[in-house]
Design a protein around this ligand. Sequence first.
Ligand code: PLP
Length: 462
Amino acid sequence: MDEKGFEALAVKDIITRANINRGTFYLYYKDKFDLLDQTLSEVIQDIGASGGIVFLNDGVRRFFIRTLGLDKREEGGYKVMGLRKVYVDHAATTALSTTAFQAMLPYFGDTFANPSAIHEYGVNAKAGVERSRRMIAKAIGAKNNEIFFTSGGTESDNWAILGAVAQRSSKGKHIITTSIEHNAVLKTAEALEKQGYEVTYLPVDYYGRITPEQLAEAIREDTVLVSIMMANNEIGTILPIKDLCQVARQRNVLFHTDAVQAVGQVKIDVRDLNVDLLSMSAHKFQGPKGVGALFVKIGRILPPLIHGGGQEKGSRAGTENVPGIVGMAAALEEAVATMAEKNRKVVAMRDRLIQGILKIPGSYLTGDPENRLPGMASFAFAGMDKKPLVTTLSKAGILASSASACTAGSINPSRILLATGASESLAYGSLRISLNEHNSEEDMDYLLETIPSVISNMRNGD
Ligand code: PLP
């Protein structure tokens, strides 16, 4: 049924009563059950809302539709606004691109064989893996034999760090990282501390930045590895990896960068950056989950983290996730090819959103205002509590996050904001809105209409 039809129902006394309470629209009727039950069920499907029938005692039926509200029309009709869903948590994960999905399909079907098998089917599967390796290498300016497939960003980070320190064990037991790394790096560094390694956590400034001078000062004779992320997953700050890497290079220290948030959004050329190790994860750039890669510069072969069969030239055992690998390559190739155009759109939306949200009293932009991920709009709100804020926004159809995905449910203040020198009370009020090209200006309209009122209501205790 279209909007007009619905209005007709609402005004022609078939509906005996209609009211709205806390975003739910209630319609009461006591005859024409067949017509109304079915029509209203169609309405909720059409507008993407939820709802259903309640049978009341006196023969009256009450149909409820969870909506965002009503536009009361002058002529007495109603327009029901469906519960709009705006997904703005792309830093946590992205939806699989159609290109990646299509590329993966044959590998769930006929090309299912084990790529280690030497028969025809196995050779076909292996060809998919090797073609993907070439595509990924090309996307980041690497050589084919510098790409090693893993189960994702976490494994790549673990392998890079644990492998690098094992490789350089005779040189020393000191590593350098930062106070704003993802847990995949931080917890690995902490595990090394328990094994007797010393770890320097470089502090960041208010914007989440680190300077080459800071790094130069921290490097010691026994430093074996520097691990610094390319872009922060919570506040979006992009770090000057090329300059930082140069410092490590001059001192003959291995350099790893966790580029999980940057790959697919920021142009990456590993030769220009001159890094030794670079982690990536497919699900951040519209590839599938559970697959990633580690770039290992030629000559830096790491001892394996996962022991077993001879896959990945004996460096990473385990039957390859062939559909995942193929999907990752297709997604990355597409992301790189469309990056400039996509980023223009995303940056325009992001900047409009930031400008609008900063009009809310007691709101702050977190991260570097200039060097930030194209889709990252991250904030802190005074006097707010991030978990209820995110859940209330979710009820209003805004699917955002307070911090990184793996700490999203945490009730602690954001450790990243604390590291940037934010007060504890402000660090409780973080909100991360991460966009991609599938968002629209209409989504931004909706965010800018809804977030200020949600925050104002929550501050007033409503
Ligand atoms: N590093 C960063 C910066 C991330 O944002 C993430 C994911 O949130 C990871 C590592 C972990 O990647 P994965 O989810 O593929 O294990």
